[in-house]
Write a protein that binds this ligand. Structure first.
Ligand code: NDP
Length: 305
């Protein structure tokens, strides 16, 4: 029987593990399908406080993991397939392992949707990005493509014009899912060129990184190439909530809802990081909410001795 089981090993889960372990709660962290979370998909992290020269994403995660282990956190490399939150202790199933726990911290994250091109994932952090706030700075005075037609794509396109020399907004349809005000703002921006309808067929890259993209017109099949050095894929995120469906309330996009800090409507179940946050999605905010969840779990255990 565990005091705390933490689902997810990104910034939020590992910070929760550091706090819970330091409170002597001997937490168990279940890694999930993307151990280390989204930071492992990026290269340099320059906006995490305390690292004036930046730090590599995987190094930051590795440090957090070591820090949690130093205080006694346990790790399991499984993927959670099922939870039973109907009674305490809660049960958590990861493959053939079943754990009982007095409290649960869900920090399962959200996964950025990718276009599904074979070259895309290997280029993450080397010209392909899923986060403008994180990586925009690396593309000063360069031509950039943003792919997507929702609010995120519009917002990231407008944001990235502070760095980009030229910005192409690529969308597969002529109509946009984004709100009118966001579209109007992007259209009014001189640096942004809308390229629609266009499907990204290939990201062109050499050893120095991204060199361009090849686009295909969905109806005519005509192809064209654009010279860009950065490709921001902004086609949405999917919160990793399949294992909790029907047991915890979510918003319309599937993100878990919390009240009063990290609490859910089930006493003893707490949430942290991107699984409950589609707004900020930053390493530092995920870490902050992981801290909150661990403190809330600790208080809960105190009150329910
Ligand atoms: P959305 O799901 O709203 O939009 C995703 C976009 O990506 C769509 O235009 C979709 O195209 C396109 N897309 C999806 N899959 C592919 C694919 N495989 N290839 C090419 N294009 C693809 O996601 P967002 O992240 O933009 O927004 C999520 C939520 O967050 C929304 O509710 C949004 O309003 C909100 N949000 C609000 C903001 C604000 O108010 N400031 C800022 C950012 C987000 P298609 O339309 O053809 O399906």
């Amino acid at each position: 029987m565990y005091n705390v089981v933490i689902i997810g090993s990104g910034c939020a889960g590992l910070t929760a593990a550091i706090y819970a372990a330091r409170a002597n709660l001997k937490p168990l962290v279940i890694d999930g399908h993307e151990p280390g979370g989204q930071l492992t998909l990026t290269t340099m992290v320059e906006n995490y406080p305390g690292f004036p020269d930046g730090i590599l994403g995987h190094e930051l995660i590795e440090n957090m993991r070591k820090q949690a282990q130093r205080f006694g956190a346990e790790f399991n490399a499984g993927i959670v397939t099922d939870v039973d939150l109907s009674k305490r202790p809660f049960t958590v199933t990861a493959g053939s392992d079943v754990y009982e726990t007095k409290t649960l911290i869900i920090a399962a994250g959200a996964s950025a949707r990718l276009l599904g091109l074979p070259e895309e994932r290997p280029l993450l952090g080397s010209g392909v990005s899923t986060c403008a706030t994180c990586d925009g700075f690396f593309f000063r005075n360069k031509a950039i493509a943003v792919v997507g037609g929702g609010d995120t794509a519009m917002e990231e396109a407008s944001f990235l014009t502070r760095y980009a020399s030229r910005l192409y907004l690529i969308h597969r349809r002529n109509e946009f899912r984004a709100s009118k005000i966001m579209i109007d703002r992007a259209r009014a921006n001189e640096k942004i060129e809308f390229v629609t309808p266009a499907i990204v067929e290939k990201i062109l890259a050499d050893s120095a990184g991204v060199e361009g993209i090849r686009l295909r017109h969905p109806e005519t099949g005509e192809t064209r190439e654009l010279e860009v050095h950065g490709v921001f894929v902004a086609i949405g995120h999917d919160p990793n909530t399949a294992a909790f469906r029907g047991q915890l309330p979510t918003d319309a996009n599937g993100y878990l809802l919390s009240t009063n800090g990290s609490k859910t409507n089930i006493p003893g179940v707490f949430v942290a990081g991107d699984v409950q946050d589609h707004r900020y999605r930053q390493a530092v905010t995920a870490a902050g909410s992981g801290c909150m969840a661990a403190i809330d779990a600790e208080k809960f255990l105190e009150e329910h001795k």
